[in-house]
Design a protein around this ligand. Structure first.
Ligand SMILES: [Mg+2]
Length: 262
């Protein structure tokens, strides 16, 4: 028998994924694993100074840094990191409900800068732990077993499914965020705002019905798709964010932040 919430069907009890016995209610830990690039941020990498100048006062510029060229005949590489609209509100709200991890195929020297800037902007540390690709490794598969041995109460937000071959049933695939490289106007990207109420509700259902969080993935994904059609899931507070936004980093005023990669 199906149960309805709004117009989206909840799975019946025998459809719930339950690979292992759930921990006792007070011992349950809900994990949210987030990808970085094209999920929370987008980075333009360029050696063209005109491109840097064009974007340096952009509203959604989180940080700009430079990888200095060791070859004097070549230009330095500039990294312009744009944050996805809603990212601060999303992290702030989710941190109250989940243990948050970042799992990225970027290398640590790049990802560390972004994560620490996000924490600085929020004024608190919301991301518990980070998993990076090892320097010079071409291995791109990600594994939940690196984070937890009990994966049923863990959900993943990533713009790619193919990197989660082992844990694909834990993933909500978010539409990729390409910042100024994507469709205009990118500042109206609503994906994280759509996911706030959906993920909040998933957790509430997982607790109230004593079912694994991951068993609600297809239910959540259907709601996520539906949100694009109807925009029904947003309350006004979420739609008109009063989020903590960092000022765009104006490197012309601050001076460039130089860095070298490992
Ligand atoms: Mg990605």
């Amino acid at each position: 028998m199906m149960t309805t919430v709004g117009e989206i069907m909840l799975p019946s009890n025998d459809q719930y994924k339950s690979l292992e016995k759930l921990p006792e209610p007070e011992e349950r830990q809900f994990n949210l694993v987030l990808d970085l690039d094209q999920t929370l941020i987008h980075t333009i990498r360029t050696t063209d100074y005109d491109v840097v100048r064009f974007h340096c006062t952009s509203k959604n510029l989180l940080i700009h840094f430079v990888h200095e060229s060791t070859d004097p005949t070549k230009n330095d590489t500039h990294f312009l990191v744009f944050y996805r609209p809603g990212v601060f509100k999303f992290l702030e709200k989710m941190a109250r409900l989940f243990t948050i991890y970042i799992y990225t195929n970027a290398v640590s020297s790049y990802a560390d800068k972004i994560i620490s800037t996000i924490h600085q902007s929020l004024g608190e540390v919301v991301i518990k732990k980070y998993y990076y690709r090892k320097q010079n490794s071409s291995y791109l598969q990600k594994h939940l077993k690196n984070i937890t041995s009990f994966t049923d109460d863990t959900i993943i937000i990533d713009d790619r499914l193919d990197v989660w071959m082992e844990d694909v049933t834990n993933v909500i695939k978010i539409i990729e965020f390409l910042g100024p490289d994507g469709p205009s106007p990118y500042l109206e990207d609503m994906e994280l705002y759509y996911l706030i109420p959906i993920i909040t509700e998933m957790r509430e259902i997982a607790i109230s019905k004593s079912v694994p969080l991951a068993s609600l993935i297809s239910y959540a994904y259907d709601k996520y798709i539906m949100a694009h059609v109807e925009e029904i899931l947003l309350d006004e507070d979420d739609y008109f964010p009063t989020i903590c936004k960092p000022e765009a980093v104006d490197f012309l005023k601050l001076g460039v932040i130089s860095s070298s990669f490992e």
